[in-house]
Write a protein that binds this ligand. Structure first.
Ligand SMILES: Cc1cc2nc3c(=O)[nH]c(=O)nc-3n(C[C@H](O)[C@H](O)[C@H](O)COP(=O)(O)O)c2cc1C
Length: 387
C-alpha cells in the first residue's frame, strides 16, 4: 500500500487521482492561425500525464471572439476543428491514467485590442491597469465599462467553450477567476467601481462569477468536474492584494462553496507566504472557509515544498517545474535536489512566437523568445525535443 503522502490517491468526485501532483494551467501562445495549439504543445500535456502527473490542466482557453483574448496566439475550443484537435489529446491523457481539465478565461482589461478579432477591451469599470503591458511596453487601453449585454455575451462565451470541452471529452472544466483577469476584476474593489448589482458589496462583485458558474454547470455532465481558480494577486499591478482582507477573501470562498463546483484551485506567488497580515498561508485561509477540495500552486518545486504544501491542500499543482523538468514527478518521488525555476526560464513556453510574422506588432513577445534562444544557443527543433 502507498505510504508516501504525495503519492496517495485522492478521490475527486468520481475521479480517483493517482497522486497529489498536477500540471498547472500554462498559456503557450502557440496558436496564431487556427486557435489550435501547436502539436508539440498538445503532446507536452500527454507526456506529462505519461510521466506521472495525476491531473493535467490546459492553457487558458479564450472564451469568445470579441474581447476575451489577452495574449497573441491563444487557443479556443468552439469550432469543430478545434474540438477535433483536442480529442486525441484528452484520450491519451486518460489512457495515461490522468484526469484532464480545460481552463477557460476572459482577460478583461488585461488586453491589447490589436489581438482581438473585434478589437474591443471591456472590464467592470473604465479603469486601465497602472502597469504598462510588459509585452508591448505600452499602456493598456482604458476599457469600456461592460453593459448588461456585454455581461450576457461574456457568459455565453464561457458556456460555448465549456460545451467545446465536453465535446472534446475533457474530464472537467475550470473557470479562471484568478490573476486579475475579467472575473477577478469583478471580484476585486481595486478594479470594480460599479454601482449596479455587479459592484459594491462582496455579493454583488461575486455575481458575475455566480452567473457564469450557474450557466456553465448545466452543460457539464454530472460525472465530470467543474473547478474555479482564484488568487489574491494579478499579473498586472502585481503588488496589490485583490481582496485586501482575510474577511473579504473568506466571504468570497464561502460564496464559492455554495456553488456547484468540485474544487477551488488557489494560485499564489509562493505557497508559503503568509497572507493578509496573518500568520497563515493562502491554503490555510482558504481551508478556514470551505470544505471543498483545495489545489495549491506557487513555488512548489521539490519533495520538501510539495509535502509542506500538501499539509494544507489536497493537490499540489506546478507550472514551471512541470514545464522545464519532464521527470519532475519521478524526481519528487526520489527526493532529488531540484531547482526553483525563474519566470525567465519559463519563457521557453512561448518559443513558437518566433514563427509568427513580424507584421503583427508582437515584437515584445518575440524578444522574450529570442532572448531565450540567444542565451541558450538553442533552436526550436532542439527545444521541442528536449521538453
Ligand atoms: C508559461 C506560463 C504560463 C502560464 N499560464 C497560465 C494560464 O494560462 N492560466 C493560469 O491560471 N495560470 C497560468 N500561469 C500561472 C501558473 O499556473 C502558476 O500559477 C504559476 O506559474 C506559479 O506556479 P509555479 O511556481 O509552479 O510556476 C502560467 C505560468 C507560466 C510559467
Amino acid at each position: 500500500m502507498e505510504r508516501d503522502p504525495i503519492f496517495l490517491p485522492f478521490q475527486l468526485k468520481n475521479f480517483r487521482l493517482k497522486n497529489r501532483l498536477g500540471v498547472a494551467p500554462m498559456t503557450r501562445m502557440s496558436s496564431p492561425g487556427d486557435s489550435i495549439p501547436r502539436q508539440d504543445v498538445l503532446e507536452f500535456l500527454v507526456r506529462r500525464a505519461r510521466n506521472g502527473a495525476a491531473l493535467v490542466y490546459t492553457e487558458a482557453i479564450v472564451t469568445d471572439y470579441e474581447s476575451a483574448q489577452g495574449y497573441p496566439g491563444q487557443a479556443r475550443l468552439v469550432t469543430q476543428s478545434q474540438i477535433e484537435a483536442w480529442r486525441p489529446v484528452v484520450k491519451a491523457i486518460r489512457e495515461a491514467g490522468a484526469v484532464s481539465v480545460m481552463q477557460m478565461f476572459h482577460c478583461g482589461r488585461v488586453a491589447w485590442p490589436e489581438i482581438n478579432p473585434a478589437r474591443r477591451v471591456i472590464a467592470p469599470s473604465p479603469l486601465a491597469p497602472r502597469d504598462l503591458n510588459p509585452l508591448t511596453g505600452k499602456p493598456y487601453p482604458v476599457p469600456d465599462e461592460m453593459s448588461r449585454f456585454d455581461i450576457e455575451h461574456v457568459i455565453l462565451g464561457f458556456v460555448e467553450t465549456a460545451r467545446g470541452a465536453v465535446a472534446a471529452g475533457f474530464d472537467g472544466v475550470e473557470i479562471h477567476a484568478a490573476h486579475g483577469y475579467l472575473i477577478s476584476q469583478f471580484l476585486s474593489s481595486y478594479s470594480n467601481l460599479r454601482t449596479d448589482i455587479f459592484g459594491g458589496t462582496v455579493n454583488n462583485r461575486f455575481r458575475l462569477l455566480h452567473e457564469i458558474i450557474q450557466a456553465v454547470a448545466p452543460v457539464i455532465p454530472d460525472e465530470r468536474l467543474l473547478t474555479v481558480r482564484i488568487s489574491d494577486w494579478g499579473v498586472v499591478d502585481m503588488n496589490v492584494s485583490l481582496f485586501g482582507t482575510q474577511t473579504e477573501y473568506q466571504e468570497v470562498i464561502s460564496l464559492l462553496s455554495r456553488e456547484p463546483i468540485d474544487a477551488v484551485s488557489v494560485s499564489t506567488y509562493d505557497y508559503q507566504n503568509k497572507a493578509f497580515n496573518t500568520d497563515k498561508n493562502m491554503a490555510q485561509i482558504t481551508r478556514g472557509a470551505t470544505s471543498l477540495p483545495i489545489f495549491i500552486c506557487g513555488k512548489i518545486y521539490d519533495r520538501s515544498t510539495t509535502e509542506d504544501a500538501l499539509q494544507d491542500a489536497d493537490v499540489a499543482l506546478s507550472a514551471k517545474s512541470m514545464l522545464l523538468n519532464p521527470k519532475w514527478v519521478e524526481e519528487v518521488r526520489q527526493g532529488k535536489v531540484l531547482p526553483l525555476y525563474t519566470s525567465e526560464e519559463a519563457n521557453i513556453a512561448y518559443t513558437s512566437l518566433t514563427q509568427i510574422p513580424h507584421s503583427h506588432n508582437w515584437q515584445g513577445t518575440l524578444v522574450l523568445a529570442d532572448c531565450y534562444f540567444t542565451r541558450h544557443g538553442n533552436n526550436l527543433q532542439d527545444l521541442q525535443k528536449k521538453f
